[in-house]
Design a protein around this ligand. Structure first.
Ligand code: N01
Length: 486
């Protein structure tokens, strides 16, 4: 058996967000040498980049934690983004991952050299690694809207993931394009600060009302002193989430989704002005688009200084946005217009076996066997890659399970059973065809436009139950890997 610690067993991990830090901790635990490449100067990924007012986790914090590092100190049921960022920074330091991270060093090229990967970074360094784990995330390439005149706006204008904290919004006329999770959180947070907020809503959203729960000092102390209490809470929340919501979204006719929609409608009823209420009423099934969770959006939009503009945007002008023939004058324009969710590790140049280029393989839409592996890209794995359960389970739990899968495959190869980990074309196509069929029965395919859809309008997220995901991750089907052809 090859030793795990040998130099020829070195991993390159790309990205030091939630899943890259996780990979570092787990590789260290397993005794594999590794190097993490991070384009920015800090860990945290999406939580480092998204600092907009009101940012908070929309998944309960006690599930949005590593299972091996539960956090008794979450301040709220769904804690602010800055706390999530601090959590990742703290955990990365505590486990000694930081010293393995090459900050400010984006990977520009990965080329398969026949028995290892050659990795080049923006600094021009070229190194070789036996294994690559791409932990590059999904929601990190800002999508700017294709609206006439975007460049003509003369005031400050920025995407939500590039919030400019040097610009004060206080007492200003602010325009906000987009009402996804980011737009909704921003609306609630900035409405009391600004002179006027014009929210440009193209499609009404289902808003799930949540009560704001702030943990008391006594509760946090109990979590600190009673590890079982915290562990039980984590387990109960995860089980409820995976057996409940995660199961309902893959069944477009689920009763639970009807219950959720009823709760959303009740919340919508709190909007007093009938005209505004109708503007905010969605015309598709709840959870078709990703549900937006908020306890204060409907309060915010009923303020006298907030205007929900549903007329089509015609163009952006020097001093505002023209919609429905009317110019909405603005000092600042915020683009809450989402992300390019099909980019993954790109624009990195990734060339696999036989000179096959990933960009070519993914020219229609990215896909991967079990969201982890792509044929012709040996020893290359992804965490939260294409077809991952982005709309179903906790992304942290997903990444942990995916990592365990990767380690099992790598160990299998190190035991001399295979030369390389190359998923077979047949297994990839079989999985993809099954996934594609199953996707059509999910709530995401019930007739709405959302970032869950590929270019053909078919949802790309994991369309099977949690039990299948767990089974696939716990026991890799090693027969789906090719015998090596170098
Ligand atoms: O982006 P989105 P997001 N003209 O793609 C509109 C995660 N997240 O940043 O619905 C006018 O959801 C677009 O309109 P429509 C979470 O997974 C997590 O809000 O397509 N409007 C939509 O309203 C989330 O789902 C958290 O008609 C245009 C909006 O922009 C994901 O990130 C917080 C337009 C885009 O919504 C993405 O959320 C925030 C145009 N040309 C986000 N183009 C936490 O848990 C787009 N829109 C912290």
């Amino acid at each position: 058996m090859t030793s795990r610690s040998g130099n020829d067993n070195t991993f390159a991990v790309i990205g030091a967000g939630m899943s890259g830090v996780l990979a570092g901790i787990k590789l260290m635990e397993a005794g594999y040498p590794f190097q993490i490449f991070e384009k920015a100067d800090r860990v945290g990924g999406t939580w480092r980049e998204n600092t907009y007012p009101g940012i908070a986790c929309d998944v309960p914090s006690h599930i949005y934690s590593y299972s091996f590092e539960l956090n008794p100190d979450w301040s709220e049921f769904t804690s602010p983004g800055s706390e999530v960022q601090e959590y990742f920074e703290r955990v990365s330091k505590r486990y000694g991952v930081d010293s393995h991270i090459r900050f400010n060093e984006a990977v520009t090229r990965c080329t398969w050299m026949g028995d290892r990967w050659e990795i080049e970074t923006e600094k021009g360094t070229v190194e070789h690694f036996r294994w690559v784990i791409a932990a590059t995330g999904i929601l990190h390439h800002p999508k700017y809207p294709n609206i006439d005149g975007l460049a003509d706006f003369e005031g400050p204008m920025f995407h939500t993931a590039r919030w400019d904290h040097d610009v004060s919004i206080e007492g200003k006329k602010v325009g906000l394009i987009g009402t996804g999770s980011s737009g909704v959180q921003i609306t609630a947070a900035v409405a009391p600060e600004v002179e006027k907020l014009s929210v440009f809503q193209r499609t009404a959203q289902w808003i799930v009302p949540n009560e704001r729960v702030v943990y008391t000092e006594e509760e946090k102390e109990a979590f600190r002193t009673d590890a079982d209490l915290l562990r039980t809470l984590h387990t109960e929340m995860s089980t409820a989430f995976n057996d409940g919501f995660a199961t309902s979204v893959i069944d477009g006719n689920s009763e639970l989704l009807d219950d959720i929609q009823a709760r959303c409608l009740e919340a919508l009823e709190t909007v007093q002005d009938p005209e505004l209420k109708e503007k905010l009423r969605p015309t598709y099934k709840a959870a078709c688009k990703r549900l937006v969770v908020s306890h204060n959006f409907y309060d915010a939009v009923q303020r006298a200084n907030v205007d929900i503009v549903t007329a089509d945007i015609e163009r952006i002008e020097r001093n505002g946005v023209r919609a429905g023939g009317e110019l909405h004058e603005l000092d600042i324009l915020v683009l809450a217009t989402g992300f390019h969710v099909d980019a993954f590790m790109r624009p990195m140049n990734i060339t696999g076996r036989n000179g096959i280029i990933l960009d070519e393989v993914w020219k229609d839409w990215p896909s991967a066997y079990l969201s982890i592996a792509v044929p012709e890209f040996p020893n290359f794995f992804m965490l939260n890659g294409p077809n991952s359960p982005v709309g179903n389970f906790s992304l942290i739990q997903t990444a942990e399970m995916q990592f365990d899968y990767v380690l099992k495959v790598v160990d299998h190869i190190n035991q001399g059973n295979l030369d390389l980990a190359v998923i077979s074309q047949e297994a990839y196509e079989r999985f993809d065809a099954e996934r594609y069929e199953a996707a059509k029965g999910t709530v995401w395919a019930t007739g709405c436009n959302s970032w869950y859809l590929d270019n053909n309008g078919v949802p790309f997220a994991w369309p099977f139950p949690f039990s299948r995901f767990r089974a696939e991750m716990e026991a890799p089907k090693l027969e789906d890997y090719e015998p090596a052809k170098r």
